[in-house]
Design a protein around this ligand. Structure first.
Ligand code: SF4
Length: 509
């Protein structure tokens, strides 16, 4: 276990994230105060645990990174030399202090572990934002690279990726009117079964099918609100996600999308995506309904092309079904099909990833999203890991045997490149395997615009349905405010008027 004593509750999240990035399989415990101050949190600290300290004083931040509790002489104490940094309490300096602290901690942990992290000391979920901001200021690639390297220790490979993505995003978004436009997200919180790693709002359709029509009625009430509040605004993109929207029956797809077209001005919509993620939910009739309703982009998600892994992660479909669904979608005229894969799935090696990429190449999707497995709170995977108190390998075929590696990331990136797909958006998650990232690749003209908009947070997105979050982006200062809909699907339906009122308050209409 890594134990970090910090003298006050400041930069806790950043410190925790950095330690977690260097020690992904260790528990990282933050304790505010000095040793002995917090007996409840300290009771199970043992000899083998590593103890570190971050101490804030009026004029400096002191950092000690320890080897173990009983070996204090080995502590690396940088507080008495160049390690001290000044703070004067103002906001600008506070940010500087945070950056300086992260640089120091990164250097110490890197020396101690002998590791370099691909994203350096960046712990946030949108590392490309830095490159985006500098591209907006017309900085050259060299200037951006120098900055990302000296400030954050980002690797050359990730710097190059960030710059390419930033420039491509700028090009794709150039026709979007952030101020007068908006995007719409509709969540369908039902799935055929629950995947091992899932932390989304998802209910098994088998047990919930009787409430789906009432759920759609509630969505229609929210759509009525959008029609009233956003009259005169431009609807740029629509994304139907979940859950699995293709758990809806064909007539329910017609009903939902038909209502959207009837109530909202969809004449300027640049992209209408329906996630059809689970092949076990796709039928020809559903694809035809989506096509009829103007859907321009779908996702058919393999996650892996290995049947054994699919079983292990609870997907209940096989590779043959995936291939059949993909061909069916092509036959029905879908010319923008995304596929999602996950690297670092239980039991998978670099060879498995190579195999998956080779099989996907045969299908030739237009868009590929490469995820690194993330252990999300509330997922079955997180619970299993907690129960077994294991992190990492515990035997072939065990769900706890997972790891994403640089080699896997490279195989996926070069596979995407071979298919003519270029990176266009990127984000990271907490507890992401290997401290890597999720990257979207697409053919020219096929990039998912909504994906960029939600990632860059440059346009308001109105989100309807259980467990969704609406974001209002204030054009003049880039401020963002949010309101959420409750996760529980029955509560959402019972409290639908309250869900709408929350949006009224957020948008003042
Ligand atoms: S398909 Fe997606 S939303 Fe549904 S259970 Fe799997 S991960 Fe969760």
């Amino acid at each position: 276990m890594q134990v970090i004593y910090i003298s006050e509750d400041k930069f806790q999240y950043d410190i925790h994230s950095l330690f977690k990035a260097f020690y992904p399989t260790d528990t990282v415990r933050m304790i505010i105060g000095k040793p002995g101050d917090n007996p409840e949190k300290e009771k199970d600290i043992s000899e083998g645990d590593e103890i570190s300290f971050v101490e804030y004083t009026e004029n400096s931040i002191k950092v000690k990174v320890s080897e173990n509790l009983s070996d204090e002489k080995e502590f690396l104490d940088i507080s008495k030399g160049e390690g001290s940094v000044s703070t004067d309490g103002s906001k600008g300096s506070l940010d500087n202090s945070k950056n300086t602290l992260k640089k120091l901690l990164y250097t110490l942990l890197s020396e101690k572990t002998g590791k370099k992290l691909p994203w350096g000391n960046l712990t946030g979920i949108r590392p490309t934002r830095i490159a985006m901001n500098l591209v907006d200021k017309d900085r050259s690639d060299e200037e951006i690279a120098d900055y990302m390297k000296s400030m954050y220790f980002v690797s050359d490979e990730k710097i190059d990726l960030s710059i390419r993505i930033a420039r491509r995003e700028k090009e794709i978004l150039k026709d979007i009117d952030y101020e007068n436009g908006y995007s719409l997200y509709i969540g369908i919180p039902f799935c055929p079964t629950t995947c091992l790693y899932c932390s989304f709002t998802s209910y098994p359709i088998g047990a919930y099918k009787n409430i789906v029509d009432d759920y759609l009625t509630c969505l229609e009430k929210e759509i009525d609100y959008v029609a009233e509040a956003f009259a005169g605004k431009t609807l740029d993109t629509i994304y139907i996600g979940g859950g699995t929207p293709t758990t809806l029956l064909p007539h329910q797809i017609d009903r939902l999308l038909g209502y959207v077209h009837e109530k909202l001005d969809t004449s300027k919509v640049k992209e209408l995506t329906v996630e059809s993620g689970r092949p076990d939910s796709i039928t020809r009739e559903k694809l035809q309904a989506m096509k009829r309703q103007g859907c321009t982009r779908i996702s058919v998600n393999p996650q892996t092309m290995r049947d054994e892994t699919l079983k292990l992660i609870g997907r209940q479909h096989n590779v043959a079904q995936l291939i059949e669904s993909f061909h069916m979608a092509r036959e029905e005229g879908f010319d923008n099909i995304n596929m999602d894969i996950i690297l670092g799935l239980p039991g998978e090696t670099a060879d498995d990833v190579r195999y998956t990429m080779d099989e996907i190449k045969k299908l030739d999707p237009d868009d590929l999203t490469v995820h690194s497995l993330a252990i999300k709170r509330g997922s079955r995977l997180a619970e299993i890991l907690k129960e077994k108190e294991i992190r990492g390998f515990s035997g072939k075929g065990d769900v706890a045997d997972f790891n994403n590696t640089e080699e896997m990331m490279r195989i996926a990136a070069s596979g995407a490149h071979d298919m003519g797909l270029e990176p266009y958006y990127l984000y990271r998650q907490k507890n992401i395997s290997g401290n890597f990232e999720n990257t979207g690749y697409a053919r020219k003209g096929k990039a998912g615009i909504y994906n960029i908009l939600i990632n860059e947070e440059v346009q308001s997105i109105v989100a309807l349905g259980a467990g969704t979050v609406t974001k209002r982006v204030f054009g003049y200062d880039g401020r963002i405010e949010r309101c959420d809909n409750v996760k529980d699907v029955k509560l959402y339906m019972d409290q639908i008027e309250d869900m709408i009122n929350r949006k009224r308050e957020l948008f003042n209409v």
